[in-house]
Design a protein around this ligand. Sequence first.
Ligand SMILES: Cc1ncc(COP(=O)(O)O)c(C=O)c1O
Length: 478
Amino acid sequence: MGQSEAPLWTALEEYRAKVRARFHMPGHKGGAGAAGPLVGSLGRGALELDVTELAGLDELHRPTGPIARAQALAAELFGSDLTFFLVNGASAGLVAALLAACPAGAKVILPRHSHRSVVTGLILGDLEPIWIDVSLQPEFDITVGCEPRALLLAIEQAPDEAKAVVLQRPTYEGVIEDIERAVRLAHERDMVVIVDEAHGTHLRFDPQLPPSALEMGADVVVNSLHKTVGGLTQTAMLHVQGSRLDVERVRLALNMMQSTSPSYLLMSSIDLLRRELALEGARMVEDARQAASQVRKLFRERFRLLEARDLLAGYELDYTKVLVLTGSGFRLRDSLARAGVFVEYARPRTVLLIVTHGDGAQDVSQLRQAIYALPDDGEASVPNVPYGRGEVVLSPRRAFEAATREVQLRRAVGEISWAGITLYPPGAYAVLPGQVITEEDVEALLRCLEAGWSAHGILTSGGEPRVRVVRGEDCCPR
Ligand SMILES: Cc1ncc(COP(=O)(O)O)c(C=O)c1O
């Protein structure tokens, strides 16, 4: 079996060729019972492949047939010992990795800008975080990674109950932190290193970008396949290497976090993507590089972009993420959308575009016209975004279990946040669950809301913004 094969896709095609009547799930029966507009848009072809586990199609949770073979090919390509296909996004993989690596009560070292799924893992696993402060790129209002000395120090000084380090690399905006020393040090202390590489699947295939986390020795790496390469939305992979982790625990944790009716459309798209990366990876990387370079050039004529030189030593930039500084990110996003150009996200003073090999000459030309037609840009406004530095007194699990009350945001200084506050996009925590809300948090959050940013964890309906906080008697740290 070689990389030019796609065993899962082949098995699915064989099923389609054979099937004459479908007395099985899903209830739309290959599209005959699906809503008309869905059939019109997706076509019968897609709906005929929208099935879940059937005879001859293997089982995601106990694979022995085409899924096992497809996963083995992915492991070979990505350089892992074992690779699992994910249909609930990288989110499910990150939660499962934590559950598999840590017994309840264990401590986990992780940066304060960790994705919310990592915090979900802390809650479900009843784990105690050791939060690491993050470095900022203040002009672009982004976090870039752990404060380097803080991370190494935390690993060095970690108590014996510290079982895992979870790092995010690259960030949403494409900043790639150097994790080599941290991985080495964590391994010396016998900790499992889990890397959230949701935004870095392509690192493995691009020799001009830093190596992938697997190449840097991480024990578990989770890749989204729908962000920087061409998998269908929600597809991802979890890779394991080495012997620090019991892979049967990983399997069980994934079984708990993933649907028992996994979509074969999603899984076969993973198999086809793996084959394409194996056979055409170099061309895909080159196409993405060309497209990104044109997009960057177009924006540079009128805007300032985040460039590699804007980052401190130890951080590199993924050129496929284009972060544009502007007077109002929301205004720029809306102007581009009026011209039919949709971007990944807008924030008060930035807009983020993601470029992949899928962006062709037509897309670049559309963008060119839209940029030329833009009105003059105003001054970049809105002061820096809060990235909570306030003291954290409860673990996310203890905060989740606590009784709560609602208070006005402006009166929340000194209160303990219940579920945390995340600004959307990108969804990183501005205030962590269990964190004492500071005056700076409140001021910055009010400014962000005023600038039109939406926040999860702040109730804005009916007047004054309000937040849920932990009720007094429940606020003692465990
Ligand atoms: C840094 C980071 N990690 C993990 C995830 C979760 O990925 P998924 O959407 O595949 O669940 C995201 C999603 O946006 C992310 O930005």
